[in-house]
Design a protein around this ligand. Sequence first.
Ligand SMILES: Nc1ncnc2c1ncn2[C@@H]1O[C@H](COP(=O)(O)OP(=O)(O)OP(=O)(O)O)[C@@H](O)[C@H]1O
Ligand SMILES: [Mg+2]
Length: 262
Amino acid sequence: MFTGTGGTDAVRLTAVRKVYGRRGNEVVALDDVTTAFGRGTFTAIMGPSGSGKSTLLQCAAGLDQPTSGSVVLEDSELSTMTETELTELRRDRVGFVFQAFNLLPVLTVEQNVTLPLRLAGRSPARGRVASVLEQVGLGERRRHRPAELSGGQQQRVAIARALITEPAVIFADEPTGALDTRTARDVLDLMRSSVRQTGQTIVMVTHDPVAASYADRVLFLADGRVVGELHSPTADAVAERMTRLGAYSDEARRAPAAGGQR
Ligand SMILES: Nc1ncnc2c1ncn2[C@@H]1O[C@H](COP(=O)(O)OP(=O)(O)OP(=O)(O)O)[C@@H](O)[C@H]1O
Ligand SMILES: [Mg+2]
């Protein structure tokens, strides 16, 4: 088991503020957020709709620029980087997984997974592709196309595609949002094991307390601010905290993993 490296964080945000819109019509999406994601840790981010979760991921990943404050990814201060450097950083050091799997239907599993490398003009080491596909449990499916796979399997392809470059961090925005309870659990198990076994760092936005309970830590956001955290969370503790935040809507209560499959 991976035991973590002492010292540096994979990503550190200090006093990050993000304001959208013009003067007189401003939306403060992030309001003085300071937090860090340690190497080899799995963090869940929760909070009501509009609380700034996706904005936090985008700022932390160099996809969007904070209005003020600092984001340091490994040893790079993002605000001092050029657009070209940021593009390279996003390509080489960051992985993304979204609710929609975003696989290319005409490509095989293997071609989808290796696409980021090939776009970067690199050829993937043969053994690396096989081992990543093995890791996500799709070693036998490498020649299949996305349409021939279940939703959970497609999301595992997307995770393999994120893992292939061995990024400093994988950011996942509601990766299990489109999956039923059982396939969601497979995907969460996979993410957790990639943290435990290879020391991958993962930051995942979710609305589901059960999904959050797979993480080492849950960070709660409300109105663009960090309003609390839980370590070694249980689903019940997460749900209870969300209720106290007034954030645990009927919709969340009906979520498959929390309320059972329908
Ligand atoms: N490009 C944008 N322009 C203007 N306002 C934006 C933009 N992106 C986000 N916002 C606003 O910033 C706030 C935070 O949005 P964000 O998407 O980060 O919320 P979220 O927590 O991810 O919500 P959800 O759970 O619904 O996905 C919201 O009020 C949103 O309307
Ligand atoms: Mg969002």
